[in-house]
Design a binder for this molecule. Structure first.
Ligand code: FES
Ligand SMILES: [Fe+2]
Length: 343
């Protein structure tokens, strides 16, 4: 059986928002414990390279981007193209056998779309992406975003976000509180995960958007979309929220949340401004507390049905890791079913 490494490979991860990198800027981004220099050339194109110069290990992110479209190492001035190949070694005289082009630094496939930057973490460096990054399916720009660093590995961050039984305790604010009730939700498998299929949410707060239905999807490695649909003032409304858990290393995970809605719906902005940060902070604080217990490596439990999404997460992860290891197609182990719990 395949060993499950700490992080899943052959998947897209989201280290940053597109607006965070201006032309000519670059910086070090830790992703899955690997240092990556993420940058934008003067012409706007993105690149992602291993942030370790193959000559003597200096971070390329400490160098500079040249107008010709290469990155120059600050130690001996070696230059690297966005594809990773070395284009110049200034100390060579021209009479040596060594060709700069024969030296490469690892390059990561990178995409910019919907205001987001995605980096592909291949199991085998240089291999082509198995698929493309997920998309929210909206035409308008993002309206709200929040990033918070959780002091935990990706699994506890993901499970905390998909856990249906914690809200009444962790998000226990007087303005949000409701009496616990019996919930019954339909789940179905997706290509790389599963969905809580479209339903009417029970929280009254959603009524700000009229008669809403919501669908919540989860796909590997850590992409959760919530799509709200309604009709308001004679128009179709679609609000899409994306939450990703971006593992920086085994003990730090960024939770990044983004919302898209059409401009005419901007009256909902204050609601996000006031509450959005608080909700993510609630989840962040509980994993900090959880860390106090996890220090002692206790046995943990996952119980049906309120922990079924977490059980599926582990199964889907395992199946993905095996497909990467064996070079076989991914077979989703999730079966369609109804989950019932009280929350
Ligand atoms: S360490 Fe980068 S050029 Fe020498
Ligand atoms: Fe939560």
């Amino acid at each position: 059986m395949a060993e499950i490494g700490e992080f899943l490979r052959d998947l897209w991860y989201m280290p940053a928002l597109a607006s965070s990198l201006a032309p000519g800027q670059m910086r070090r981004e830790m992703l899955l414990g690997e240092p990556i220099v993420l940058g934008r050339l003067k012409d706007g194109a993105l690149f992602a390279l291993r942030d370790i110069c193959p000559h003597r290990g200096v971070p390329l992110s400490a160098g500079r981007i040249l107008p010709e479209g290469s990155v120059e190492c600050p130690y001996h001035g070696w230059r690297f193209m966005p594809g990773g190949q070395c284009s110049k070694i200034p100390s060579l005289t021209g009479s040596e056998d060594l060709k700069a082009e024969s030296i490469k630094v690892r390059a990561y496939p990178v995409r910019e779309q919907d205001g987001l930057i995605w980096v592909y973490m291949a199991a085998r460096p240089g291999s082509e992406p198995r698929n493309e990054p997920p998309r929210p399916g909206v035409l308008h720009p993002m309206r709200w975003t929040e990033t918070q660093r959780f002091a935990c590995g990706i699994d506890h961050a993901v499970i905390g976000l998909m856990d249906p039984a914690h809200a009444a305790y962790v998000h226990n604010h007087w303005w949000w509180k409701r009496k616990a009730r019996l919930k019954e939700k339909h789940y179905a498998p997706l290509a790389n995960g599963f969905a809580m299929t479209a339903h009417r949410p029970s929280k009254p707060a959603y009524r700000i958007l009229g008669d809403v239905t919501t669908e919540i999807t989860f796909e590997l490695p850590s992409t959760r979309f919530e799509t709200l649909r309604s009709r308001l003032l004679g128009k179709d409304v679609k609000v899409v929220g994306l939450t990703v858990c971006t593992p920086r290393d085994s003990e730090n995970t960024d939770v990044i949340q983004v919302f898209w809605w059409p401009a005419w719906l901007n009256f909902i902005y204050p609601f996000f401004w006031a509450l959005g940060r608080t909700f993510i902070a609630d989840d962040r604080k509980i994993v900090e507390l959880q860390k106090e217990g996890l220090k002692f490596s206790p046995n943990l439990m996952l119980i049906q049905d309120s922990d079924q999404p977490a059980i599926w997460y582990h199964r889907v992860k395992k199946a993905w890791a095996e497909s990467v290891e064996n070079g076989t197609d991914f077979v989703n182990p999730v079966q369609e079913r109804i989950l019932r719990w009280r929350s």
